[in-house]
Design a protein around this ligand. Sequence first.
Ligand SMILES: Cc1cc2nc3c(=O)[nH]c(=O)nc-3n(C[C@H](O)[C@H](O)[C@H](O)COP(=O)(O)O)c2cc1C
Length: 321
Amino acid sequence: MQHHIKEAVTRAWEAAWDRGEVDAFDAILHPDYRRESTRTGRQSDAAALKQEILDARAAFPDLVTTIDRIIVDDDGENAAVFWHTNGTFSNDLQGVPATGSRVETRGSNQIELRDGKVVRERVTWDQSELLADLGVPSLRSAFENDPSDVVVDDLSGVPGLDALKGFNRQFVTGVTVVTTIDEDGRPRGLAANSYASVSLEPPLVLICVQKTTSTYASLFKSTHLGINIMSNEQRGTVGVFASKSADKFAGLDWHAGPAGSPLIDGSAASIEAEIKERFQAKTHTVFIAKVTHAEIAEAEPMVYKAGRFFDGAALNELPSE
Ligand SMILES: Cc1cc2nc3c(=O)[nH]c(=O)nc-3n(C[C@H](O)[C@H](O)[C@H](O)COP(=O)(O)O)c2cc1C
């Protein structure tokens, strides 16, 4: 019995993970099969498992899995599979651009059997784990729930995500243009107001970039980035960098920072920073970078609130009470 189960699991596993023959799992999965991630609590079914394998194989076409050990208990009702896998990150996965690097990832699956078939599976591994092995850890909370599960308390009668949008609209920021050089040596950039200073010692800054932006892939692959605080004189420049324009730098005066990042002339201030961490947050990536160079100008910064831009030189200071 135990021997039969071990053989069947190994055969299906290797066919699916190493050759992409995901229907091989039909031979060992019970019709009531459910899979649960021990990390996130997320439940999935056989179709989702097959899709996850196909997605992983598309990203790692040379994937090879080794089952290190299968233990089946005496009555054949529970089993544990210990495995590791190697592959080359050749194609994008979950919006993370391929790096061409080799990765080894490992995990263990706790299996419940019914009538000799796998009916429940609890797994230590999921795709966010794989991204962590690639050096791109995930913000776990972003992967825990489906977006529809997000609960935001009712604020001033506006429920759900609208309340968060309303909250953000009350927050006054500056506007930056985040820049880099792409693989073909061309300058790239986008408007961003998610900038925050993390700490002075060490000099760390943070920026959040949506994965669907055209600048994202080159930013992700870069070692450095530029952050330019837009001045009062750069309203037009913000419009260009908030667009999908093909060459946003055409007609723009800029110079390269010491590590090559585009620093835009006429900005209120510019920094160049070395990218230290890239955290996956589902739709966005949080970049944390260490500042290596700074240029501060006399120009007044532009102010942004609720979709509108304001003159940073015309702010009225509140009297102290
Ligand atoms: C004021 C302002 C702030 C923005 N902040 C961000 C941000 O923090 N992160 C982001 O990913 N996009 C942000 N955007 C949107 C991008 O600039 C926009 O999607 C742009 O078209 C992306 O260009 P790309 O796809 O060519 O990279 C902001 C836009 C504006 C106008």
